[in-house]
Design a binder for this molecule. Sequence first.
Ligand code: NAP
Length: 379
Amino acid sequence: MISFSSVQSTSAAGAAATAARTALLPNHNSHQLLFSFPSKTSHFHCYPHRRQQGLRIRAIDAAQPYDYEAYLVNRFAQSTKLKIAVIGFGNFGQFLAKAFIRQGHTVFAHSRSNYASIAQSLGAAFFFDTHDLCEQHPDVILLCTSVISTESVLRSLPIQRLKRNTLFVDVLSVKEFPKNIFLQFLPTHFDILCTHPMFGPESGKNGWQNLPFVFDKVRIGNEDSRLSRVENFLDIFKKEGCRMVEMTCTEHDKYAAGSQFITHTMGRILEKLQLDSTPINTKGYETLLDLVENTASDSFDLYYGLFMYNKNAMEQIERLDLAFESLKQELFGHLHEVLRKQLFGKSEVGMRRPVLAKLPKNGTPLLPAQSESLGNNDN
Ligand code: NAP
């Protein structure tokens, strides 16, 4: 900031004229800069009676011998930056790594396949050997492997080379399974955070604003540094605008089977029908085509993981099957009535037409099939 103030000087004084010609007089001790307009003597001659108005400029925030403010700002920013090791640098691992790097975190990557050049292009360091990676002492180990390979990948990590109390995070689409294997394999001095970003490279390609991010702080040590590290990690997703949802892994799996697994299953069924776009697509049909595109881009391993490692998924498959059967019964029941009318001239009074039975909610027994009384009105 620069402050201006008037300096009084006498027009007569030759010293004043000399001073006035001095463009810049740094005074480091007081951090003031004296700045005066170069004067022509004629000015003074024109107004001999007036006292000359000099201009002093004070640079209040002139450079200090050591810039503590910038140093502290920088130190604070650095303290929130994490070294994140992404294990499983496939489709989703790379997608997440881009956001981490964009936010200034350091990313180390490891995968079964060689992604060295992709990692380099993103600004991450690729490690072929997990020993080398662990010796970098990352703050966070982020498991981004397929659900079905998670256990073998975790077992293969030389965790003895990590810092004690390293934070382990997973992003698997099922939650109870990784929670249990983390608790089973990781010594108690490691922290555990189970998460599920409820979006992927396709659904999150235009940003993560308002997209749900589920997390469960399964085991976090009490020390301040450990508490702040987990918050720093969660902040990455907060900063991207995610809707942060804290819930247990058990709750997640229950909800996800009824929503995500059904979505993926419907997408894959429709994919098998090889739907084509038509010149007369309705909005609803466009939604179905989008669903196929969204789910087909995920690997089959991912879908299989949703089924195999979520104990609620089997029940959902059965419910889907039941729902389809029930719908067919209702349709065929109507068709049967039309045929009877054609054969016998009128529908039979007192006959009951089956209607779609209400499906049982998770775990409750099947409700009895309902039926509708057939009157003799002919509409
Ligand atoms: P994915 O097929 O579920 O997993 C691919 C990753 O697993 C790759 O990094 C792959 O390594 C690794 N992998 C597979 N088999 C392996 C094995 N036998 N040994 C070692 N590594 C193996 O596809 P993804 O979409 O990348 O998903 C990764 C994780 O993120 C999954 O757990 C998924 O549930 C979760 N997730 C995905 C999404 C999404 O939209 N895609 C969203 C949320 C969560 P290589 O590539 O080196 O072979």
